[in-house]
Design a protein around this ligand. Structure first.
Ligand SMILES: Cc1cc2nc3c(=O)[nH]c(=O)nc-3n(C[C@H](O)[C@H](O)[C@H](O)COP(=O)(O)O)c2cc1C
Length: 220
């Protein structure tokens, strides 16, 4: 698959086959993603991959915290509001989700249910966490975003599916305790990974994008 096709056909996968991914394939994806650019080549990324019993036990822990109404405390605070163009795009996504699956993401009860499915890593056989030192600047966060996209594209090129998940960082301290990770690490993003179940309605929605004319300005 050429790079342009890879970028344009990647999509978030929310239903996976149960088959596990060989460790050498997972390693190859990280081996590829580490060629992402970073500020002064600082490479501010650390990667954890959870599988099998360890992944299931973390899912149980996260669901338990949710069911006990423990308030989320992610290392990166979720946005409290959005300016207009971004807010309109979010509303469009909610509308498309509702039309495709009847799921209303504006309903708090639905959010609670959606979080549970997120905490079960959408049934993926592996869960990735991306971390970095908390003392690193916003540029390093930017770099980790580049790394995350490279990882998801490399996975897609290998026939795997991924979904980036802010939700699975809700209980950052608990995740770090569970994995014996020092508290001075910033838990930035989770990514479920596995073979995509493309026949599932959960993978039926292809999101849209803004017209290029609305985001691009040429000056001469
Ligand atoms: C930083 C970030 C956090 C996200 N968090 C979640 C999440 O917690 N749960 C989820 O199902 N999708 C999550 N997504 C996926 C977005 O909803 C998705 O990327 C967006 O709707 C565009 O769809 P696409 O990935 O299929 O192109 C996240 C994406 C990003 C980049």
């Amino acid at each position: 698959m050429d790079a342009l096709t890879c970028i344009k056909t990647r999509m978030s996968i929310r239903k996976f086959k149960t088959e596990t991914v060989p460790a050498n394939v997972l390693t190859e994806i990280i081996d590829t993603a580490k060629w992402s650019p970073s500020y002064k080549n600082s490479q501010p990324w650390e990667i954890i991959i959870l599988s099998g019993e360890k992944k299931k036990a973390l899912s149980r822990k996260l669901v338990e915290l949710l069911e006990n109404n423990v308030p989320p405390c992610p290392d990166l605070a979720p946005p409290e509001s959005w300016p207009e163009p971004e807010n309109n795009r979010i509303n469009l996504l909610y509308q498309q989700r509702f039309e495709a699956s009847g799921i209303d993401l504006k309903d708090p009860g639905v959010i609670q249910q959606a979080k549970k499915v997120n905490f079960n890593f959408y049934g993926a056989p592996h869960a990735i966490y991306l971390l970095q030192d908390k003392s690193l600047s916003q540029w390093s966060l930017f770099d980790l975003g580049l790394f995350a996209q490279s990882l998801m594209l490399a996975a897609h090129a290998k026939g795997l599916g991924t979904v980036p998940q802010a939700f699975v960082t809700d209980y950052a301290e608990d995740v770090k305790n569970f994995l014996d990770i020092p508290t001075d690490k910033r838990l930035v993003l989770g990514i479920s990974i596995g073979y995509p179940d493309l026949d599932s309605p959960a993978n039926g929605l292809r999101t849209t994008r803004e017209e290029t004319d609305n985001i691009l300005t040429f000056f001469e």
